[in-house]
Design a protein around this ligand. Structure first.
Ligand code: ZN
Ligand code: FE
Ligand code: FE
Length: 306
């Protein structure tokens, strides 16, 4: 399994790689710049080289993940915000290309009153522009399922599949492999998908496969949820300590078709009462849930848990 965590790039992008390695992860997710600011400084040569050297040292070129800025809203009916969002998304894509990051996870957007159809169309029109400008880019845009609060789009598998198809229809079928999905367990539960047991999660994954295609699932966000099933509340919790519970994670980490998919923790940071980093605690739980082929829990993995 390819476990990772969202880690800070404070002090230099490569720090996220080094921290991920130290914590025992096999990949990492980052914001490639401040996620709450429109302004950004261009990528600098030195830090970019350090990042690429870090990837090469660990053999991570084809597996890291970036998350887009929270400010971007490509579904906005307001022309100024839409244009600003396109400009920032252009930079997000360019950074992934320069940093050799294969996956960019993105919140689809919010229609803010214009309606779902208009919102989805707006997003598709934006990617038509962005993809056609740079057909040479290889980064895959991963549309993330949302908790579905307010007017946010991407709250159901049908809506995600609809959006992906609209983007491909507008931009051109040659961009089909540039658009995939990110499944976030906290968001899915909050959106109303019952993943509260291993069996139920398997059923939800089958539904995802039917509607969106498991082959298009490029990134998993493993988060437990403070918000209840169908609450539309997006608040992440430590694994096994929220409304999702261990079952969903047991299903995902043992799923044969997901063995190469980056599984990223976006759980709270800091340390537990014993002074153990929460990332270590959550990673330990994931390792403990991995079964060997005979169906039992792995002995080595168990010894590494909390
Ligand atoms: Zn996200
Ligand atoms: Fe997420
Ligand atoms: Fe979230």
């Amino acid at each position: 399994m390819l476990f990772g965590s969202h880690l800070s790039i404070a002090g230099g992008m490569v720090n996220a790689i080094n921290e991920a390695e130290k914590l025992g992860f096999g990949t990492v997710q980052v914001f490639t710049k401040n996620q709450r600011q429109w302004a950004f400084k261009p990528l600098e040569e030195g830090p970019t080289k350090d990042w690429l050297d870090g990837l090469d040292r660990l053999g991570w070129r084809e597996r890291t993940v970036a998350h887009d800025s929270y400010l971007i809203n490509l579904a906005s009916p307001k022309d100024d915000l839409w244009a600003k969002s396109i400009d920032l998304m252009r930079e997000e894509l360019a950074r992934c290309d320069a940093l050799s990051i294969p996956y960019l996870v993105s919140h689809p957007g919010a229609h803010t009153g214009s309606g779902e159809d208009a919102g989805l169309d707006r997003i598709a029109a934006a990617y038509r522009e962005l993809f056609r400008e740079r057909p040479d880019f290889r980064v895959t845009l991963c549309l993330e399922i949302t908790a579905g609060g307010g007017s946010t789009l991407g709250r159901s598998f049908e809506e995600l599949a609809d959006l992906r198809q609209r983007i491909i229809d507008r931009a051109g079928s040659e961009f089909g492999n540039r658009v995939g999905f990110c499944f976030d367990t906290c968001h899915a539960l909050a959106a109303g998908y019952d993943i509260t047991t291993e069996k139920k999660t398997e059923k939800v994954l089958q539904e995802f496969d039917r509607v969106c295609g498991l082959a298009n699932l490029k990134v998993l966000h493993l988060n437990d949820s403070k918000g209840a099933l169908g609450s539309h509340v997006d608040r992440h919790e430590h694994l096994g300590m929220g409304e999702v519970g261990e079952g969903a994670f047991a299903c995902l980490v043992n799923h044969r078709k997901l063995s190469g998919v980056p599984m990223i923790l976006e759980t709270p940071k800091g340390e537990n009462e014993d002074g153990v980093a929460w990332d270590t605690v959550n990673l330990g739980l994931l390792r403990r849930l991995v079964r060997d082929d005979s169906g039992g829990r792995k002995r080595v993995a168990a010894s590494m848990s909390r």
